[in-house]
Design a protein around this ligand. Structure first.
Ligand SMILES: Cc1ncc(C[n+]2csc(CCOP(=O)(O)OP(=O)(O)O)c2C)c(N)n1
Length: 269
């Protein structure tokens, strides 16, 4: 599936999951749909027949509350039956609200407590380098999540150990759970900050597949890489875009059908 088709499918799957489960975080998943689609279509090396294949790249969703986007990408990439997506958040389902490696093939590590996924990713990248492996490690982290002190410890560690096999993508949608990032804790100039911490950093449009693809292919001789991706929370559904309540709220039937029509008319090829 090409990245545009996958991004559309991810948006449709996420809407269906939020509607059926009455679960949270639909806007958080929609903001990363394009990044996740390009990763799974064009960048990550993986083998759905053997999710623990040694040759695989590692991908971690540090903002684990947006798990529905990754569950969709995994199902559409052959890791499990897409019908299982309909059980998201239900009692007994393998698909918990926040991503879990215990039950879902293709998930490297459970996340949800913000600030940990990036540090685990740095540890994985360090271990791969020590063992002279070529695999790359990619982590998506929220801009609100960058308020966590552990994110900056990860930055120091990654630069110190020249983790050039390690790429973090900051989903800069300018919102967190309870407000705008700038009103909760000002943490601006993320590209410049990561540069000062020793990363090769760049800023892109996080919904342009060309820019996402190009930035994910960037390498460095001796530095970890930081991509600050400017995104829109709720991207693709007009009434969810930049409206904080869709961090937690789920769509009713009418809203679901309207949202689906919008996504299909905007993104279906
Ligand atoms: C350690 C920790 N503190 C608080 C929360 C509650 N929480 C869940 S999502 C969220 C906002 C995260 O904001 P951001 O990283 O910008 O994610 P996005 O808004 O893009 O989904 C918070 C505070 C959490 N999951 N973990």
């Amino acid at each position: 599936m090409n990245s545009k088709t996958l991004a559309c499918q991810i948006r449709k799957d996420c809407l269906e999951m939020a509607y059926l489960s009455k679960g949270s975080h639909i806007a958080c998943a929609l903001s990363i749909a394009d990044i996740v689609a390009v990763l799974y279509s064009d960048i990550l090396k993986f083998n759905p027949e053997d999710p623990k294949d040694d040759k695989r790249d590692r991908f971690i969703l540090s903002k684990g509350h947006a798990g529905s986007a990754v569950y969709s990408a995994l199902a559409r990439s052959g890791f499990f039956d897409p019908e299982i997506l309909k059980t998201h958040y239900a009692n007994g389902s393998i698909l918990s609200g926040h991503v879990s490696h215990k039950t879902v093939p293709g998930i490297e590590i459970s996340t949800g407590a913000l600030g940990h996924g990036v540090s685990i990713g740095a540890g994985m990248a360090y271990a791969l380098k020590l063992n002279n492996k070529e695999n790359r490690v990619f982590v998506i982290v929220g801009d609100g999540e960058c308020d966590e002190g552990s994110v900056w410890e990860m930055a120091l560690f990654s630069a110190q150990h020249h983790l050039n096999n390690f790429t973090i993508i900051i989903d800069k949608n300018r919102f967190q759970a309870l407000g705008k990032c700038q009103d909760i804790l000002k943490n601006e100039n993320l590209k410049e900050k990561f540069e000062l911490f020793g990363f090769k950093a760049m800023e892109i449009d996080g919904h342009s597949h060309d820019e996402i693809r190009k930035s994910l292919k960037v390498t460095s001789k001796d530095k970890p890489i930081c991509i600050v991706a400017n995104t829109v929370k709720g991207k693709g559904v007009s009434f969810m875009e930049n409206d904080l309540k869709w961090h937690y709220k789920n769509p009713d039937e009418e809203q679901y059908k309207y949202a689906l029509r919008e996504v299909e008319s905007e993104y279906d090829q």
